[in-house]
Design a protein around this ligand. Structure first.
Ligand SMILES: NC(=O)c1ccc[n+]([C@@H]2O[C@H](COP(=O)([O-])OP(=O)(O)OC[C@H]3O[C@@H](n4cnc5c(N)ncnc54)[C@H](O)[C@@H]3O)[C@@H](O)[C@H]2O)c1
Length: 315
């Protein structure tokens, strides 16, 4: 198939690109490099399936029109977005433009060309988990940050195109994802930041009490879920979660990564009002409709990530 992948030079995007290429598709990557980097797709560059890397933004409607007209995409995996909760609080306009308006621009092209769209939303749209069986897709949502609000708005537009135009479209909500190629600075994910600080001999700083939990999904499991969502019409018009099905407090995560508790410090939370106290995924629907289950345990995933951070100069 001919596939457009937005955000393909980002952390999860490069793993999705890799999987799509391994599956034999022709892939065009569109990324404005606002948070991605070309080094992420370096090893894919010579793959004959990678047709082009286009440095450009989903806010450029003329560029989108040109790409869709020229290549007749079968699927658009739409991952390009602003992803940082704190940035969305500081500057909601950028997140709203990229995550909501940008998605609308993608949808309009998909509608014109009958291109299936896989919209990458996030677990950050959910309200806190309240029971042991985890968060299903029917769990209440809560726009606790402009990031979540912008994703919910975009999700609704995506589903409206399914209902109003019969566009093949799916909303996917992966839980917090980690692994090689995630940034290790302040804008990165908690696992990458903790490992980097451990290796650099710095303290691991936890926002607030550290009792908040996350369901951490290893990136290759996440990419497999994303890719599968495009391949079947069984999920069209649906919202589908994916997570490990196990949550861990940030305190326990820090202990697992660094061992030595004297290296852990607690600092004032930067956005307590937008924190989600408990995130635990129920992936039964992904299992039923996509035959998807995670295969990498948290301990294994942390080890793979640490090896990568230890051996690469990318960060
Ligand atoms: N990392 C996670 O834990 C997680 C969990 C669930 C969902 N997601 C979603 O997955 C997607 C990828 O996230 P990620 O963690 O890989 O982050 P990332 O920042 O590495 O990837 C996003 C990519 O989109 C690009 N981008 C941003 N604005 C763009 C624009 N206007 N036009 C074109 N490209 C643009 C960035 O340069 C970046 O390469 C995002 O949609 C995010 O909301 C992430």
């Amino acid at each position: 198939m001919n596939i457009l992948l937005t955000g393909g030079a980002g952390f999860i995007g490069r793993w999705v690109a890799k999987q799509l290429l391994e599956d034999g598709h022709q892939v065009w990557i569109l990324d404005d490099l606002s948070n991605g980097r070309e080094e992420n797709i370096e090893e894919l560059r010579n793959h004959q399936g990678l047709k082009s890397f286009i440095e450009g933004t989903i806010l450029n409607e003329a560029l989108l029109e040109e790409l869709f007209d020229a290549h007749r995409f079968d699927i658009c995996y739409h991952l390009g977005a602003s992803i940082n909760v704190q940035d969305s609080i500081d500057d909601p306009g950028t997140t709203f433009n990229n995550d909501t308006i940008g998605t609308f621009n993608i949808l309009e092209q998909c509608r014109k060309h009958r291109t299936k769209v896989v919209f990458m939303s996030t677990c950050m749209v959910y309200d806190r988990c309240t029971d042991a069986s985890g968060i299903t897709e029917a769990h209440p949502i809560k726009p606790a940050s402009p990031y979540a609000g912008a994703k919910i708005a975009a999700e609704n537009m995506v589903l409206s195109y399914y209902h109003a135009y019969g566009l093949p479209a799916v909303v996917i909500r992966p839980f917090n994802t980690y692994g090689p190629f995630q940034k290790t600075g302040g804008e990165g994910g908690v696992v990458a930041i903790f490992i980097k600080n451990k290796l650099a001999g710095r303290p691991l700083a936890i926002y607030g009490e550290g009792t908040q939990t996350r369901d951490l999904l290893y990136v290759s499991d996440c990419a497999r879920f994303v890719v599968q969502s495009g391949y079947t019409d069984r999920v069209d018009g649906e919202i589908v979660n994916a997570g490990l099905g196990r949550d861990i407090t940030i305190n326990d995560l820090a202990k697992t990564i660094v061992g030595d508790e004297s290296r852990i410090v607690h600092v004032e939370h930067i956005h307590p009002q937008s924190e989600i106290q408990k995130l635990l995924c129920n992936s039964d629907k992904a299992n039923r409709l996509l035959d998807w289950t995670p295969t990498v345990s948290l301990e294994e995933g942390i080890q793979l990530t640490e090896e990568w951070i230890r051996t690469t100069n990318l960060i």
